[in-house]
Design a protein around this ligand. Structure first.
Ligand code: NAD
Ligand code: MG
Length: 390
């Protein structure tokens, strides 16, 4: 039996992971499940899967969790430290599907015990890519991508020589506002930004898809996973979201990965790797689909893409600043303090302020230093928002 833990079990990726696990309950021994506010879901899944421990991120919900798991014999805990501790419980495979920088510390703990880390939490690579990769290497742990684009690239590279790779193209649906007139973006509502044309995902990544902050993070993620130069990474708008990525080789060949927009493919690939197993995803009928469209991304519409290039050029901990500023700006939009296009302006201003501080950006990348940069960037981004409002 494989021992597994799921961090962010109650979210969109977590629930899709549980969907796959629950189809073969005898194959898995579920150790830890974590969530945040949705105690009923967390408790229900912990009982259903017979988890050893369930942890909520919120201290004040510990009693609710205890009550929901009363009589089950399942351990309960609450708080950020408890989530991190749960990641030290020995397992073979971990799904990292917490949203935001909060996913970094448990991911590092999982790597330290040499587990295979199925990584949906792209923020940890954006904030601390080299720390993640070095930790994995030092402890003999594997990181498997659970982002549709990066899983696609990973699969297109099987058996290939990285020296023959000229470029990696990741696709983007264009999100909710792909075809909106630019001048209308300032009036985009939360509800409009929270509805994705193709994918059913958590609210934060859905809004990040509309702004392309998600794609911007994925460009940085591509650089970290595959170790290629930023100039070799391209973004291609592909409204159907069926070609997830393409790898271009030095003989002119492009290897494309095609599949339905269903995260259970990337999750299942990471779960069964290095084997391929039957997965409950739709089989595409290409004749019925008829055609695929492609467009170049417009950086006036999606300034986040340009900011990602600046972050990669700056290096060091600029990624941690970028991610933290983006999280604060996204909160600002969700709370109604920022208009949609202002999110990118807040991130740009924050980067401008902190990227010139070499002591911050070029400090050694440790978990503590990343946390410190994250904190500074959040303060700076909040100050930028306040100044704009005032
Ligand atoms: P979601 O919002 O649906 O779920 C997030 C999970 O994290 C929930 O279990 C929530 O309880 C937990 N959580 C939230 N804040 C937390 C905190 N401070 N501490 C601990 N736990 C916390 O998000 P999602 O769409 O499932 O995305 C999860 C991760 O996967 C993100 O990094 C996202 O970018 C990535 N991802 C998602 C998709 C997708 O299809 N949803 C695709 C690719 C990558
Ligand atoms: Mg993706």
């Amino acid at each position: 039996m494989r021992r597994i833990s799921i961090f962010g079990a109650t979210g969109s990726i977590g629930q899709n992971t549980i969907d796959l696990i629950a189809r073969a309950p005898d194959a898995y021994n579920v150790v830890a499940l974590t969530g945040a506010g949705n105690i009923a879901q967390l408790a229900q899944d912990a009982r259903r899967l017979g988890a050893d421990i369930a942890v909520t991120a919120h201290d004040h919900l510990l009693d609710d969790l205890r009550e929901a798991l009363h009589g089950s014999g399942i351990d309960c805990a609450a708080g950020t430290d408890a989530i991190r501790e749960a990641a030290t419980r020995p397992v073979d495979w971990v799904m990292s599907a917490i949203v935001g920088a909060a996913g970094l510390a448990p991911g590092i703990e999982a790597l330290k015990q040499g587990a295979t880390l199925a990584l949906a939490n792209k923020e940890s690579l954006v904030c601390a890519g080299s720390l993640m990769l070095h930790t994995a290497q030092a402890h003999g742990a594997a990181i498997l991508p659970v982002d549709s684009e990066h899983s696609a690239v990973f699969q297109a590279l099987i058996g290939e020589d990285m020296a023959a790779v000229e470029r990696i193209i990741i696709t983007a649906s264009g999100g909710a506002f792909r075809d909106w007139p630019l001048e209308k973006l300032a009036d985009a509502t939360l509800e409009q930004a929270s509805s994705h044309p193709n994918w059913d995902m958590g609210q934060r990544i859905t809004i990040d898809s509309a702004s392309m902050f998600n794609k911007a993070m994925e460009v940085i993620e591509t650089r970290e996973y595959f170790g290629i130069y930023p100039s070799q990474i391209e973004v291609l708008v592909h409204p159907q979201s069926m070609i997830h990525a393409l790898v271009g080789f030095n003989d002119g060949a492009l290897m494309a990965h095609i599949g339905p927009p269903d995260m259970r493919h990337a999750i299942g690939f990471a779960l069964h790797h290095p084997q391929r197993r039957t997965l409950p995803v739709e089989r595409l009928d290409l004749a019925k689909i008829g055609s695929f469209e492609f467009r170049a991304p417009d950086e006036a519409r999606w300034p986040a893409l340009r900011l990602a290039r600046e972050v990669m050029a700056r290096g060091g901990m600029a990624g941690a600043v970028f991610n933290a500023a983006k999280e604060v700006a996204l909160d600002g939009f969700i709370d109604g303090h920022l208009r949609f296009p202002q999110m990118a302006q807040v991130v740009e201003d924050t980067l401008e302020q902190l990227n010139s501080d070499n002591n911050v950006i070029d400090a050694t990348m440790t978990l503590d230093n990343v946390a410190q940069v994250d904190h500074l960037a959040r303060q700076a981004a909040k100050a930028v928002i306040k100044k704009r409002a005032g």
